[in-house]
Design a protein around this ligand. Structure first.
Ligand SMILES: Cc1cc2nc3c(=O)[nH]c(=O)nc-3n(C[C@H](O)[C@H](O)[C@H](O)COP(=O)(O)OP(=O)(O)OC[C@H]3O[C@@H](n4cnc5c(N)ncnc54)[C@H](O)[C@@H]3O)c2cc1C
Length: 456
């Protein structure tokens, strides 16, 4: 068996593995990094990402983490003349609540000590103070959150929204990037620093003084030896942990999206990423409802569904495509190559999204033929916080459980892993993102009891 040697072996070449490899290769000791994956880089979960980013979270630790990642993404955007197509029109969270006290409390909690100062209220007749997201330029966009309750402002700047929307929380440090472009830039940087990709699946790990990984490729089996191992195997981090005799508190939940050409130009091309926060019962006709209710496999579609359905224009102001998503599935399933698509998902998500953007009703039962239905697994802990840091095995690290936020958090994850591996002091929030948080009973109880994990 051929043997390859490196200082660090990163298992997985999704956006998270690539970011870890890249930030490690850039770090002071400039270790020789090998990345191992049987698939083309960025072709599994990372290819299904909606590529949105936000600093809106129910807890300041997650806000600090994603703010840090956004700082790093902005640096990439600046250095690459925005080859990552970073935009920042924000997230518009829409609700029919006239007095959204609970939401405002969550906002203040999520933004931590200076939470209240980051929130600007726009009540009746105060529209002059609101800065709409006319430009997608991340460099000129405001920070903080605008809470808009003025009817005229909502009508003027969110013209496609349903008239019953009473409050919009416009999160300003949020938008989208091209995750694929960001991955290729980091991969290029890694290669320029001597990093390599070994094609194949890690099927066995022996650890004595060094790690010895058995990698099964298409034509041959090779051995890779390294001092440090980084488990960035996406939906398979649990399996890879198993190769080390460890287990991780994660599960995988399949989620889907659709994208289609908005041939009727229903959605305003300058609309921010928009989320209907309110629960709803899907808008079926009486006949459809009766048929669905009759079948035990579909009767759930007639019951109340959670909020969180989202829609955004894709491809900029000149583009025509839109993306819709709804992470309503909460049932874990083992990751499979054969993705368990729900055939009816396109119609379900369309009906759900039409509640906030009623113009979408024009597509009921006649979605355009140019439609892409795709999906992947959210790899999650119960509290929906990631696992970034040392594993139990000395020299092994995990970078995963990045759920529906791995694209936006990849840079911070890579930078944190480089810090952990280098033995440097990580930022304050880093410990709570590692396995160490499970020893903090008070934190874990608070997270699990909060009932809001920020899943989107
Ligand atoms: C529908 C959907 C929408 C999403 N939208 C967003 C969004 O808007 N914004 C956002 O930030 N995030 C979003 N996400 C989340 C984001 O896509 C993921 O968190 C991220 O892609 C995870 O990256 P990863 O590198 O950990 O995993 P992956 O991309 O899955 O990569 C893991 C790699 O590990 C390899 N691997 C596994 N086992 C082994 C082994 N034994 N040996 C070698 N290699 C192995 C796999 O082949 C794979 O290539 C979304 C996810 C989904 C599913």
């Amino acid at each position: 068996m051929k043997t390859q040697t490196a200082d660090v072996a990163v298992i997985g070449a999704g956006i998270v593995g690539i970011a870890c490899a890249c930030y490690l290769a850039r770090s002071a000791r400039a270790p020789r990094v090998v990345m191992i994956d049987p698939l083309a880089p960025m072709s599994l979960t990372s290819a299904a990402s909606g590529e949105n980013y936000r600093n809106w979270w129910p807890h300041p630790v997650m806000t600090a983490f994603t703010d840090y990642s956004t700082d790093l993404m902005e640096r990439i955007a600046r250095d690459s003349d925005n080859q990552i197509h970073m935009t920042r029109r924000g997230y518009a969270l829409a609700t029919r609540q006239v007095d959204p006290d609970g939401l405002l409390r969550q906002l203040r909690d999520g933004y931590g000590a200076d939470g209240a100062s980051r929130i600007r209220m726009h009540g009746k007749g105060t529209s002059a103070q609101y800065r709409p997201a006319l430009s997608a330029d991340w460099r000129t966009a405001p920070d903080g959150v605008d809470v808009i309750q003025d009817r005229a402002t909502i009508d003027a700047h969110f013209p496609t929204f349903a008239r019953d929307i009473a409050t919009i929380l416009h999160i300003r440090r949020a938008g989208d990037i091209s995750g694929q472009q960001m991955g290729s830039l980091m991969l290029r940087d890694l290669r320029e620093r001597g990093g390599r990709v070994v094609p194949g699946r890690v099927v066995e790990v022996a650890c004595d003084k060094r790690f010895a990984l058995t990698v099964r490729g298409q034509d041959e089996v090779v051995s890779v030896t390294a001092d440090i191992l980084v488990n960035a195997a996406g939906p398979y981090i649990g399996q890879v942990a198993g190769l080390l005799g460890e287990s991780l508190p994660v599960s995988t939940v399949f989620q889907q999206k659709i994208a289609f050409e908005d041939v009727r130009a229903v959605i305003d091309r300058r609309m921010p990423f928009s989320i209907d926060l309110d629960a709803q019962t899907i808008d079926w006709t009486d006949q459809e409802r009766a048929l669905l209710a009759d079948d035990p496999d579909t009767t759930w579609l007639t019951r109340p569904m959670p909020g969180g359905i989202h829609c955004r224009p894709e491809g900029g102001e000149q583009g025509r495509w839109i993306k819709l998503g709804w992470a309503f599935n909460t049932t874990p399933s083992e990751p499979s190559e054969d993705l368990p698509y729900l055939r009816t998902f396109p119609e379900i998500v369309l009906r759900g999204a039409s509640r906030l953007n009623p113009g979408l009703k024009a597509y009921y039962d006649r979605l355009p033929s140019r439609l892409s239905h795709y999906g992947g697994y959210y790899t999650m802990t119960r509290e929906n916080w990631p696992l970034i840091g040392p594993m139990k095995t000395p020299g092994a690290f995990v970078a995963g459980a990045l759920s529906g936020f791995g694209t936006m958090a990849a840079c911070a994850t890579g930078a944190l892993i480089a810090t952990w591996v280098g033995g440097e002091t990580p930022p304050d929030f880093a410990l709570a993102l590692s396995r160490a948080r499970y020893t903090d009973e008070a934190l874990m109880t608070a997270l699990l009891e909060s009932g809001n994990t920020g899943v989107l």
